[in-house]
Design a protein around this ligand. Structure first.
Ligand SMILES: NC(=O)c1ccc[n+]([C@@H]2O[C@H](COP(=O)([O-])OP(=O)(O)OC[C@H]3O[C@@H](n4cnc5c(N)ncnc54)[C@H](O)[C@@H]3O)[C@@H](O)[C@H]2O)c1
Length: 679
């Protein structure tokens, strides 16, 4: 099924933002409200947000025209009848929502999936208002839905597997990071976020600290831009108040609004954020706020509402906390965490020590995160690099887990095909830069070497596998991500896929086989072009030079993969495959010929238009890294792949010891242009 038209019901704060985001991603949207003036208000909201995006250089004026043309405002429900998905974002009133769905059930075609953006009602209950309860699912967006990447996907009791699959596909198409949540009150994020807000108001009510002290401590502890009171002033005290009441009704009194939150809601005034900050209150405020989060997050795992990775993702992506609750628990240590929670549950008789936390405490075990998931079905092992909050960047844990999961799949005699893919927007967008910086600063470059050598062994395992290994690129594959993908037998990309080697721009060279596999598949000249310039190729261009094998629209990827597997007719990576280059690429290839490389490296370059442009791009990269990459490519290409890889590894400590490497890596973190000094 293709997702070509989406209906949004309710053109308010959420509905208009959701409509905007979907249109931005190329899908036709019909936005419906009860009266034309509400539709117009929604359109005005969209125009305002889009014009801000233009001011900030995120969108061009031309793009905004195209986006706005994709959104049709209406008050006529019949216009939704052929929508592939209809998402409801009307008032938080169960009867309004149920009546609406009942009505839509009669109007919409059988294929239409229904999604609800409800924050507090049960999806199963809402689904009971329609006959197609198998095609009903919770799609909980976060404010502002055009900007916040988080989406909670909540299946009801009767939601079918196909609907869940389509919801996930839809989430990817519109650039969201989905977390999977059970249909229980507050889902995942609000369940701990609302008590966190409420706890802040209880601390205030008990006279422990004033608003500015609590906000200030919260900002430091959770590394956030706004404390709970300032945040409530921005997002609305009524929403916070109603959420506490809703959760308390459905769960227990722990979630009940404090008296002072209730009073503030009734007064209809914002919190007064002024006041002196009292630094002596840090410990007590910190323990209470952490207590609320640690306790509820552990309960969420106990109740299987979600897993630790998705709950952390919810906090980091949805709430923009620096760390998720479970990462924070590990940071404080399991003993301290246990003490904080023990004190917290003592304060509230309706809470109990969550047994999962007790178990971790008794075994003195930190929480262990899974970043690489393996699912095997019908002879196909799907390996998902699942760290979307960091664009699936590789680090020691990811590589180790990839090794473990790949080895399991590879050793399973029933598995015929291994599919590598990334969660969220990227396949794998490089490596953890901070890890490299830390190691350089600690004078432990040998650790970087060990990590890279281990990475080589894992990638070589992928390369040597007798199974059919397919890399599915429906997002960026950069640096280490490109290097992992190139070890697969075949790469299938969507039109959102892209591939490139940005390393020389941050002072290093591709160190996980990029200097060796790339020239073997596309020739030395184009490999040098990619590595020296850091150019990220879109999927079509990558296909045209033989770097990848297939490009299909995102929503056709899975069916294309099934077709390839079923027919067995698969184009595999091959050394020196014949390709027909475009005129521009042919010129680039000639420009990077052996005869011209010295000129390019000297920075003088050919001063024709192409040469000038390329020289300019290269002038922003690290000269030592480029020279080394050039040498390694030249030496490696005439040797066996293994010998070439050894050469690539042998210069690793040298490149990471340069000042330029530290400058480049730091600049990436600081988001500034590096100044390379060839040192
Ligand atoms: N505001 C948030 O931060 C947030 C976050 C996540 C989810 N939600 C949920 O999203 C939903 C909408 O919230 P909002 O903040 O956008 O509300 P809102 O009040 O801004 O907008 C609701 C819109 O729905 C329209 N509407 C009401 N009944 C309708 C009907 N029968 N048919 C068509 N349109 C109808 C109203 O005219 C209004 O324009 C709620 O369920 C809310 O719980 C809100």
């Amino acid at each position: 099924m293709k997702i070509q038209k989406v209906g949004i019901v309710g053109a308010g704060n959420m509905g208009s933002g959701i409509a905007q985001k979907i249109a931005q991603e190329g899908i036709q949207v019909v936005m419906l409200d009860v009266e034309n003036r509400f539709v117009q208000k929604g359109m005005e909201n969209i125009k305002k947000t889009i014009s801000e995006a233009v001011k900030r250089g995120i969108l061009t004026k031309e793009q905004t025209e195209v986006i706005l043309n994709r959104i049709r405002g209406t008050t006529n429900k019949d216009e939704l009848k052929d929508a592939d998905i209809v998402i409801e974002a009307v008032f938080e009133d169960i009867d309004v929502k149920k009546n609406l769905f009942k009505n839509l059930d009669n109007i919409c075609s059988d294929k239409t999936i229904f999604g609800s953006n409800t924050s507090s009602f049960s999806i199963t209950e809402l689904a009971s208002s329609v006959k197609r309860n198998d095609k009903f699912i919770g799609l909980h967006f976060f404010y502002h839905p055009a900007k916040n990447r988080l989406l909670e996907i909540i299946p009801g009791e009767d939601t079918s597997k196909e609907t869940i699959y389509l919801a996930n596909l839809f989430s990817r198409i519109i650039g969201k990071t989905a977390i999977h949540v059970k249909d229980l009150p507050g889902f995942a994020v609000n369940r701990f976020f609302v008590p966190w807000l409420n706890e802040a108001t209880r601390i205030l009510e008990e006279g422990i600290a004033n608003v500015s002290t609590i906000d200030n401590i919260a900002k430091k502890v959770f590394k956030i831009g706004m404390g709970p009171f300032e945040l409530m002033n921005v997002t609305g005290i009524p929403i916070a108040y109603h959420s506490t009441i809703g959760l308390a009704e459905k769960i227990n009194d722990f979630y009940m609004s404090s008296g002072c939150l209730k009073k503030q809601f009734e007064k209809g005034e914002l919190w007064n954020l002024n006041g002196d900050i009292d630094d002596t209150k840090v410990e007590i405020v910190k323990e209470r706020l952490l207590g609320a989060v640690f306790t509820v997050a552990s309960i969420l795992v106990e109740e299987r509402v979600s897993n630790i990775e998705d709950i952390d993702r919810g906090a980091k992506i949805g709430l923009r906390w620096r760390m998720g609750p479970f990462e924070m628990m590990n940071k404080y240590g399991i003993k301290k965490t246990y003490d904080i929670v023990r004190k917290f549950v003592k304060r509230y008789p309706m809470l109990k020590m969550p047994f999962v936390l007790k178990h971790h405490y008794e075994n003195m075990e930190p929480w262990r995160f899974s970043y690489v998931d393996l699912e095997t079905r019908d002879n196909i092992a799907k390996i998902l690099i699942n760290r979307p909050e960091a664009m699936n960047a590789i680090n020691e844990d990811v590589i180790r887990q990839l090794d473990e999961q790949f080895t399991t799949a590879n050793n399973n005699p029933d598995v015929k095909v291994i599919l590598l893919e990334g969660a969220g927007k990227a396949f794998i967008a490089g490596a953890d830069i901070q890890y490299f910086i830390n190691k350089i600063k600690q004078n432990k470059i040998d650790d970087i070497f060990k990590f890279t050598k281990y990475g080589h062994s894992v990638i070589n395992k992928i390369d040597a596998s007798k199974k059919l290994v397919i890399a599915k690129l429906d997002g960026l594959a950069l640096g280490g991500g490109a290097e992992i993908a190139l070890a697969a037998d075949t790469i299938i990309a969507s039109n959102k896929g892209g591939i490139g080697f940005p390393e020389t721009g941050i002072g290093i060279y591709p160190g996980l086989g990029g200097t060796q596999r790339t020239p073997r598949y596309i020739g030395k000249e184009l490999a040098k072009y990619l590595i020296f310039t850091g150019k990220i190729l879109d999927a079509k261009t990558a296909l045209s030079i033989g770097l990848i094998e297939y490009v299909v629209p995102l929503d056709e990827m899975d069916s294309k993969i099934s077709e390839l597997i079923n027919t067995g007719k698969i184009l595999k990576k091959s050394i020196g495959r014949e390709v027909r280059l475009s005129e521009d690429l042919q010129k680039i290839k000639e420009y990077f010929s052996d005869d011209n490389i010295e000129t390019i490296l000297s920075g003088k370059g050919d001063l024709n238009k192409l040469g000038h442009k390329i020289s300019k791009t290269i002038s922003y990269k690290a000269p030592i890294a480029i020279k080394l990459a050039n040498k390694i490519i030249d030496q490696g290409i005439s040797l066996s792949l293994n010998e070439g890889l050894e050469i690539e590894l042998s210069h690793l400590e040298e490149i990471f010891s340069t000042r330029d490497a530290l400058e480049g890596l730091n600049s990436m973190i600081m988001r500034k242009r590096p100044e390379f000094k060839s040192e």
